[in-house]
Design a binder for this molecule. Structure first.
Ligand SMILES: C[S@@+](CC[C@H](N)C(=O)[O-])C[C@H]1O[C@@H](n2cnc3c(N)ncnc32)[C@H](O)[C@@H]1O
Length: 285
C-alpha cells in the first residue's frame, strides 16, 4: 500500500469526526455531535446518552414530536464527502454523516470539515451493508446517494444502492416520511431506480434526466462531487431522483423486478464507463 494512503489511514484514526465501524452508536448521534461541538478531548462513545425519543421504553410514553429538532442526514458512498461537507456548510443547524469504506477518500472530507470547523459533519468508515448497526429506528431524516457505482451488469443489480435489498435496509432507520436522493450520471441506474419506485409503489417526489437544464434547481443539487467532475460516462447529463420509501416492499416482487430490469438498455456512455471502471479496478488491484 502507498505511503500516502497509510498516512491518511493514520490521520483518520486520530480524527474526532471519523468513526470506523463504530460499536454501540444507535440513538447516540445527537449526543455525539454535541460532544464534537463542545469538546477538545476524545469522545467516549460509552458515555454518550441515547436520545430520549430513541429509548425503546419512552417511545410509547411520549408524543414523539421530533419535527422541530435537528435533522440527521446521511451521504452514502460519500467518497470524499462533498455532499456531507457542502450541505454541512449550507445547513449549520443540521447534522451530516458521510459513509464509505475507503478511508483515504473519507480523509479528504473529514480534513476539510476539521480545517473549516464544521462541527456538524462527521464520517463513518464502513460497508453500507452494515448501516443498520449504527442507527436506530427513525433516527435518520434523509439519505443522499451520490454517484454510486452503477453496477452495470444485470447479474450485479443487487449491489446497486437503490436495489430493494438496500432500500429495506434504509427503512430500518429512515423516518417513514424520510427522503432518498439519488444523483447519478448513469442512465441505467436512473431507469433502474424508477422501475423500483414504480413496481413497489413508492412515492416519487421529483425526477429529471438532465438536472442542469431544469428551471429552479434545488440549490442542494448544485454541489458537485469528485466523480461528477470525472464525467466517466462522458455524457455531461446528470440524473436526479427524489423519492420516499415509507411503504412495505414485498419480497415477492423481487423476482418480477429481476425480469423487468433485463430490458433496460445500456447506452454508449455506459459502455465507456464499463471499460473505464475495469481499467481502474485493474490499476487498484
Ligand atoms: C463512484 S464512487 C463515488 C464517490 C462520491 N460519492 C463521488 O461522487 O465522488 C463510489 C464510492 O462508493 C464506495 N462504496 C461502494 N460500495 C460500497 C459499500 N458497499 N460500502 C461502502 N462504500 C461503498 C466506494 O468506496 C466509492 O468511494
Amino acid at each position: 500500500m502507498g505511503q500516502k494512503k497509510l498516512i491518511k489511514f493514520a490521520a483518520i484514526k486520530a480524527y474526532e469526526n471519523v468513526l470506523e465501524f463504530p460499536q454501540d452508536m444507535q440513538g447516540k448521534w445527537t449526543a455525539f455531535f454535541e460532544a464534537l461541538k463542545n469538546g477538545t478531548t476524545a469522545i467516549d462513545i460509552s458515555s454518550l446518552s441515547i436520545k430520549e425519543s430513541h429509548v425503546a421504553s419512552s417511545v410509547s410514553l411520549q408524543n414523539n414530536n421530533d419535527n422541530a429538532s435537528t435533522k440527521l442526514i446521511l451521504e452514502l458512498a460519500c467518497g470524499r464527502g462533498e455532499y456531507a461537507v457542502g450541505l454541512g456548510r449550507i445547513f449549520p443547524e443540521q447534522h451530516f454523516i458521510g459513509i464509505d469504506l475507503k478511508g483515504n477518500r473519507i480523509w479528504k472530507g473529514a480534513s476539510i470539515a476539521n480545517k473549516d470547523g464544521l462541527k456538524n459533519v462527521a464520517f463513518v468508515r464502513s460497508q453500507i451493508e452494515l448501516t443498520s448497526n449504527y442507527f436506530t429506528k427513525d433516527e435518520v431524516d434523509e439519505i443522499w446517494i451520490t454517484f454510486p457505482d452503477p453496477q452495470l451488469r444485470w447479474s450485479k443489480a443487487k449491489k446497486r444502492l437503490t436495489h430493494p435489498k438496500f432500500l429495506r435496509l434504509y427503512q430500518q432507520f429512515l423516518k417513514k416520511e424520510g427522503i432518498v436522493h439519488l444523483k447519478t450520471d448513469s442512465p441505467l441506474l436512473y431507469n433502474f431506480t424508477l422501475k423500483v419506485i414504480e413496481l413497489y409503489g413508492l412515492d416519487l417526489i421529483y425526477k429529471t434526466d438532465h438536472l442542469y437544464t431544469e428551471q429552479n434547481i434545488d440549490p442542494r443539487c448544485l454541489i458537485k462531487t469528485y466523480y461528477e467532475g470525472l464525467d466517466i460516462a462522458q455524457s455531461s447529463k446528470i440524473h436526479y431522483i427524489q423519492f420516499s420509501i415509507g411503504k412495505d416492499m414485498p419480497l415477492a416482487l423481487d423476482a418480477i423486478l429481476k425480469e423487468a430490469i433485463k430490458d433496460i438498455p445500456m447506452d454508449a456512455g455506459e459502455l465507456i464507463r464499463m471499460e473505464a471502471e475495469a481499467a481502474r479496478a485493474k490499476k487498484e488491484a
